[in-house]
Write a protein that binds this ligand. Sequence first.
Ligand SMILES: C[S@@+](CC[C@H](N)C(=O)[O-])C[C@H]1O[C@@H](n2cnc3c(N)ncnc32)[C@H](O)[C@@H]1O
Length: 169
Amino acid sequence: MTGVEWDMRPGEVAVALPDAFDAGLYFIGAIRTPWTTRAQCPKNAREARERGIACAIELDARYEAGLKDVESATHLLVLYWMHAARRDLVLQTPRHYGELRGTFALRSPVRPNPIAASVVQLLAVAGTRLSVLGLDCLDRTPLIDIKPYFASVDAVADAKVGWHKPREA
Ligand SMILES: C[S@@+](CC[C@H](N)C(=O)[O-])C[C@H]1O[C@@H](n2cnc3c(N)ncnc32)[C@H](O)[C@@H]1O
């Protein structure tokens, strides 16, 4: 399936996926990070920012014009494709939490469409290479999209995830 071993843990539930895809997408580049195993990756964008290790977004040259004005943003929303993840689990126990939860209540890469999202700090743009802080993925993870992060639109200061509350206290 993915080349990365992804065993099921007790209680986890997999479903049969549909026979065909509903849409296609273009990978627009690749993300270059120092991490080649899942265990090495930061758990999430916050841990990635805290580690302070800059990663590179390499955009396919055909899309270079689309970077016009991107350097004016301090932060970007980056969408990427967790290519090594299995896609069939609807109940799963993430390794860092140890409790069974629904896939759509989690930020796990394991989901029917393994799309990851991170808000990153933009450090530099050089041609089609962006240097950013806040990525948590394996080296050569495919890039799906780059968007400006608007704090005025996207930030919700009092947002909560109830099951995660004890960890946020
Ligand atoms: C919990 S996910 C969060 C991803 C993204 N920040 C999000 O919230 O959508 C991050 C984890 O996915 C795993 N991972 C990273 N790159 C991957 C890839 N290309 N395929 C599958 N799993 C990956 C690593 O274990 C990493 O710690």
